[in-house]
Design a protein. Sequence first.
Length: 288
Amino acid sequence: MTSPSAAARSELASFLRSRRERISPEQVGLPPGRRRRTPGLRREEVAQLAAVGVTWYTWLEQAREIQISAQVADSIARALMLDPNERTHLFLLAGVPDPNPRAQCPGMSDQIREMLAKLEPLPAAVLNSRTDVIAHNRTYARLVDDLDRLPFEDRNIMWLTFTDPAWREGLPDWHETSRQLVAKYRAAMAEHLAEPAWKSLVKRLEQASPEFCELWERHEVQEPENRTKRFLNPRVGLLTFHFTHLWLGPSQGPRLVTYSPADAATRERLDRLYEIAASAPSVMPVPV
């Protein structure tokens, strides 16, 4: 973690003051109080909401040379009710990576969600380079099990592949698929070695799956590629797809993944799967 430059610290201090002054105490559940000399929240109130020391936060707004961790920056962003653009600006000025990989992903835009819906019955989803499923359509949600039943923190392809029995059964080529998945993750992680979210997923998988540990220790690397993939769906049977990556940002960033039937049998079974998916209740809350 590198310290922000003097210019960045000064800009960050001004930015934080401006965001603090626009929020009323009532907006964050605090009493209005008396004799407020400045608009918005006081420094001590922001410190309280972000669970940081008042003196430390005061130094931050004074542009002093202090270290800012990703976790503390995240707490401040939440306390100040920053929108996605403001949040990105905060992390850039602080010089730390955003620990929430979903916070600023193109997959969360309404335009991308509409595109996913229009692609039905083809399964399609937006994944970030950490293999989090950021957004998906109804057919993709039913490819293996029911993705919508899972909490957002578990909607990660690496995690599901190694820990979810339904996904293991639903991937007839599990051994090769899991090996390639780990190799791709290791290659992508080279650009994110210091980021907590990436290290956290590896640690979580190491604790949950000996098979992941064995593959991780091989240090194999592989870049994403368009190829054929098979799913064994419990409702309609074997599905064979050609899948394609469409990048939504820089290489190794978020991507739109689409699955096209590789044979006539898959096309017929996919139509049946779409009927099942379309008739199921829609459960697609937006994470915060």
